[in-house]
Design a protein. Structure first.
Length: 193
């Protein structure tokens, strides 16, 4: 799961601001870095990590990822995360009564409110995220393409991620079906955490 899905699931679990921020920043908090956060943030970080573990073991996610592993190797999971955020954004109305732009603006305002608490990597990323409205823009293939190209440039090894949108378009119905089977189950799982 990527930024949009994690944020959606965190909000679905309640309106605790620190919990939502914790879930958002979890990938940018490593090792003992968690000690500097208050309990509300820590709960969000743990929630995010549990969501990741569940996702990585889910049969539908594994099926989507396995279609990519031959070409993208260790990056196939990251690409699948991006594809699933695309599918969530593109089908937002199937999962939320709130307009996606209202949802994203609410999240950006919350992140800005807690800006001083954010890890350095999140602080560097946030202005670009807000300016390009990443969370809603995942719905668009051109944005997804640019995001994957940017990630490919930052990987230490040849990732081929810049080619992944071709795979998404080729097997769009398969990825969509897998996502549609997966997402309701992770929503239910998140409610139990």
């Amino acid at each position: 799961m990527n930024f949009l899905a994690h944020t959606y699931l965190a909000w679905s679990s309640g309106n605790d601001e620190e919990f939502i921020i914790g879930s958002f920043i979890a990938d940018h908090v490593k090792g003992n870095g968690t000690r500097r956060f208050r309990p509300g943030f820590m709960k969000g970080i743990v929630f995010h990590r549990n969501i990741d573990m569940y996702t990585d073991q889910h049969p539908q996610f594994i099926r989507s990822k396995s279609r990519l592993i031959g070409q993208y190797h260790k990056y196939s999971g990251v690409i699948t995360d991006m594809f699933y955020d695309h599918l969530l954004a593109a089908n937002w109305r199937d999962y939320s009564h709130e307009d996606i732009h209202d949802f994203t603006v609410r999240n950006y305002k919350l992140l800005l409110k807690y800006f001083l608490t954010l890890p350095p990597k999140t602080k560097r990323l946030l202005p670009f995220m807000i300016q390009s409205n990443w969370l809603a823009s995942y719905a668009h293939f051109d944005f997804l393409q640019r995001s994957l190209e940017g990630m490919a440039m930052r990987t230490p090894f040849k990732s081929n991620m810049e080619n992944a949108v071709i795979d998404l378009l080729r097997d769009y119905s398969l990825f969509t079906e897998e996502f549609r089977l997966f997402f309701p189950e992770i929503i239910e799982y998140a409610k139990q955490l």
